[in-house]
Design a protein. Structure first.
Length: 300
């Protein structure tokens, strides 16, 4: 008599960790896989230790269930409470999953990804639209932030939606303050942003420029001589993401957050300029990044 399948064998579980944009890549890859297999998707949020890496996907109103190998002791355990504050044993939680396990071995490629079967626990970065290429319309709908409109200054919404507007994202934060993070990611120099703006102006003429940053004072100093510049201050990260996506064109940093700000703009005629050097020079020698960039994005 054949052995009965466990409930997990008809599911896909995706490990959710890192900052909001990392979580979006992971969810998108898990969603696409579950859709391909006709499975239900579970999420397994675990902490990664960074200050900005708190569970954030609830802002999209997702209805996905959560896998928890450690049932809560009380019924008052909240969704965000599941996102563990400690890092103990989180890297090997998948060993408690009763089915198969898929671990991405590269930053933006996934050998074996298309062969994932039902009942698999997935973990990785999945930082390429290739992982959800067949479900782009659904992903844009899932990650819609239209419900934020009422809480955003109308003048900023008008500015973002002007013809030829350009969002510029300057990523600092732990890239600048944490030596280990700096060693991996590096900091984009002003010369990158200046070259990117020059290319954008040659293509589109004078542009209203919206500058976003997690260190707006530094961004102010870097861009103080730019014409038609507006610094976007005092917005939440999701409000920033919404406003970025409403701009006509984009100059992104070496940041998955601004990657999503550009990608969520569905306009096929948009111009997106991205840094050719996504990581520090040392890290670039050993990390393949080509699949990170969607077709048509310009590299500077």
């Amino acid at each position: 008599m054949p052995k009965a399948k466990s409930q997990e064998q008809s599911l896909i579980c995706i490990r959710i960790w890192g900052g909001l944009a990392n979580q979006m890549f992971q969810y998108a890859a898990g969603f696409s896989t579950a859709q391909r297999l006709g499975c239900e998707l579970l999420m397994d949020p675990v902490a990664s230790g960074a200050d900005h890496a708190t569970y954030g996907l609830d802002l999209f109103g997702l209805k996905t269930r959560f896998w928890n190998p450690d049932p809560p002791k009380t019924l008052l355990s909240s969704l965000k409470g599941r996102f563990r504050s400690e890092r103990k044993n989180t890297k090997k939680r998948y060993t408690r999953w009763p089915g198969a396990h898929f671990s991405q071995k590269s930053f933006c490629t996934g050998e074996g990804f298309e062969q994932i079967e039902a009942g698999t626990y997935m973990q990785g970065y999945f930082q390429s639209e290739d992982f959800f290429a067949n479900h782009q319309i659904q992903i844009r709908e899932i990650f819609s932030l239209a419900h934020l409109q009422a809480d955003i200054d109308p003048s900023l919404r008008v500015l973002a939606t002007r013809p030829n507007s350009v969002s510029v994202h300057i990523r600092r934060g732990d890239y600048a303050t944490n030596p280990k993070t700096t060693k991996v990611h590096g900091l984009l120099p002003l010369s990158y942003y200046s070259r990117a703006l020059s290319v954008m102006q040659k293509m589109h003429g004078e542009l209203p420029v919206l500058v976003f940053s997690d260190d707006i004072e530094t961004a102010d100093a870097l861009t103080e001589n730019w014409p038609n510049r507006t610094l976007i201050r005092n917005q939440s990260r999701e409000q920033d993401l919404y406003l970025m996506s409403k701009c006509a064109n984009h100059i992104i940093g070496n940041s998955s957050f601004s990657w999503w700000g550009a990608w969520l703009n569905p306009d096929l005629d948009k111009t997106v300029i991205a840094p050719r050097r996504w990581f520090s020079r040392e890290e670039m020698r050993k990390t393949y990044v080509d699949d990170l960039y969607p077709q048509g994005w310009l590299l500077v």
